[in-house]
Write a protein that binds this ligand. Structure first.
Ligand code: HEC
Ligand code: HEC
Length: 212
């Protein structure tokens, strides 16, 4: 019977000890969970969500990949509209349509505001062909590019920055407006390009990509 007593007696001890240990364990687990959940939460910050974007577009606002546009200094409103168009597949570009899926309007706006604050891209160094610059200058006056895109081509509202953008991306964009494969938010660019030849597109892109 004493053995039974011994068994009974330790029971509450073990039980209460177990309780204390359990409480400690639960507190540790809760603390660990709070800590762990803080990690994914951090990974979910705007910067973390933009990391894959900037791997393509350039972390300092300047793309180093052909046909991937620089985003630094683009007006936030223009960026928001384009991101929305990618999400809704109104502008069809495989990687962009994919990365935008599941993002809310607020996400798009937050991303756009962040990207707009990155430094504008630097034009490439090296000698320039004055004849090409002059030809482009005449075209720009004729078609009033700097009326909509701002005097310094920095863009505003729904009109993008062009200064310092990658040359081959500008060529691609202008060709796609001309052959109607890129549907803009509005028809301004299709109208503008109606009377512009492919040779002139090359001169315009040459000029714009070399502006600071
Ligand atoms: C795999 C590379 C890649 C990734 C990742 C990527 N992009 Fe893009 N993005 C592109 C390409 C290529 C284009 C140009 C499409 C074209 O040819 O017209 C583009 C276009 C854009 C444009 C339009 C820019 C302009 O001047 O009109 C924006 C804005 C943009 N991306 C933002 C983002 C954001 C935000 C993310 C992340 C959520 C992202 N991109 C992820 C490749 C990428
Ligand atoms: C009537 C106003 C207007 C005029 C004039 C105009 N643009 Fe635009 N441009 C826009 C708008 C608005 C957009 C954005 C369209 C969209 O949503 O895709 C745009 C987009 C562009 C883009 C795409 C940039 C990017 O990051 O994807 C290029 C390149 C461009 N314009 C070049 C030119 C050139 C070169 C001229 C002159 C020959 C010109 N634009 C004249 C309004 C204008």
């Amino acid at each position: 019977m004493s053995g039974g007593g011994r068994i009974i007696t330790p029971r509450p001890l073990i039980h209460s000890g177990h309780c204390v240990r359990t409480q400690w364990l639960i507190r540790s687990i809760v603390a660990a969970l709070v800590f762990l959940s803080a990690l994914p939460a951090n990974a979910d910050t705007l910067e973390a969500r933009l990391a894959p974007c900037l791997a393509c577009h350039g972390a300092n606002g300047q793309s180093t990949i052909p046909e991937v546009p620089s985003l630094g200094g683009q007006p936030a409103f223009y960026l928001t509209i384009q991101l929305l168009m990618f999400r809704e597949k109104l502008w069809v570009v495989e990687p962009m349509n994919q990365v935008m899926q599941g993002l809310k309007d607020d996400d798009l706006r937050d991303m756009a505001v962040y990207l707009a604050k990155l430094p504008p891209p630097e034009p490439p160094a090296g000698p320039v062909d004055p004849a090409r610059l002059e030809r482009a200058g005449t075209l720009i006056e004729q078609h009033r590019c700097n009326f909509c895109h701002n005097r310094d081509y920095s863009g505003e509202q729904n009109v993008p920055r062009l200064a310092g953008q990658r040359e081959e991306y500008l060529v691609k964009a202008l060709r796609e407006y001309k052959n109607n494969t890129r549907r803009g938010y509005d028809a301004s660019m299709a109208d503008v390009l109606y009377l512009i030849s492919d040779e002139q597109i090359l001169d315009l892109a040459y000029f714009l990509s070399r502006l600071r």
